[in-house]
Design a protein around this ligand. Structure first.
Ligand code: HEC
Ligand code: HEC
Length: 217
């Protein structure tokens, strides 16, 4: 009984050492990605480069594989995801690392004793997506009827369904346009897709509503 317990404990320790190593390796790999997506995966250039920090592991992995297989066409990402650049094992490690990064959505409260560098480090990771205009009631009604089953009631996503809240609005809009044009597959099951049935104003309203959700996190 006791031995079994000790063995289980040992396995647990080995497991956590291994995952710490993977995160360390993921961090190294991320140095290549940081040039575009930022050191903490906070994205940049107002959504030209999407946020990656805090997205789900499964989703990150699936997208990296989709770029490699060209089922999701992306010219800047394609070379970085080739097997020799980023083997499956590296995809796992970098996805685990990026998923583990927390990006706060509130400004920190400084103490008088915090020096400039401390203040800078505390604010670097803060990621607040500005509100965008739109009819919030309409956005909410559509979102909570047609999007929440996959992307979650608070937009946090799960598994292979991406988090939408906290992502750059311009990036989300660009993706919606790509889905509608058939350049990127969205929800395969529904022929025509859920996004194809939306009017342009509805999309704007949904995006506006999503920017209000981060305050509830
Ligand atoms: C040269 C710039 C560049 C580099 C370097 C780069 N990316 Fe990207 N990445 C992009 C762009 C641009 C997009 C958005 C494509 C679009 O608009 O569809 C993107 C999109 C993504 C997405 C999809 C995010 C989402 O929400 O769907 C993932 C995941 C991703 N990159 C991961 C990585 C990882 C991991 C690395 C490093 C191995 C990396 N990228 C390196 C430019 C880059
Ligand atoms: C049946 C499940 C499902 C429903 C319902 C759904 N989505 Fe999605 N959505 C997905 C999946 C899966 C992806 C990732 C697709 C991929 O692998 O490229 C996605 C991706 C997205 C993306 C791109 C995110 C990124 O980081 O690149 C946006 C934007 C989006 N959905 C918006 C919506 C909106 C708005 C609605 C409601 C009108 C909606 N979705 C309803 C499954 C769903």
């Amino acid at each position: 009984m006791r031995i079994r317990f000790l063995l289980a404990l040992l396995m647990l320790c080995i497991g956590s050492i291994a995952s710490a190593q993977n995160l360390e390796k993921g961090k190294e790999i991320n140095a290549t990605c940081a040039g575009c997506h930022g050191e903490f995966g906070q994205g940049g250039s107002r959504g030209e480069y999407p946020r990656l920090g805090g997205l789900g592991v499964k989703y990150l992995e699936s997208q990296l594989k989709a770029f490699r297989a060209r089922t999701r066409i992306n010219i800047p990402m394609y070379p970085y995801t080739q097997e020799r650049e980023l083997p499956d094992e590296d995809i796992r490690d970098v996805a685990a690392y990026l998923a583990s990064i927390e990006l706060p959505t509130k400004w920190p409260v400084f103490k008088d004793s915090d020096d400039a560098l401390t203040r800078l480090t505390m604010t670097e990771r803060v990621m607040i997506i500005p509100r965008v205009p739109g009819n919030l009631a309409n956005g909410e009604a559509i979102y909570q009827k047609q999007c929440h089953t996959c992307h979650g009631k608070t937009g946090m996503g799960r598994g292979m369904f991406p988090m939408l809240v906290g992502q750059y609005t311009s990036y989300l809009k660009r993706q919606m346009d790509k889905y509608v044009k058939g350049e990127r597959p969205h929800d395969e099951e529904a022929i025509g897709g859920v996004l194809n049935k939306l009017k342009e104003e509805d999309m704007q309203d949904i995006l506006a509503y999503i920017t209000t959700l981060q305050e509830q996190q």
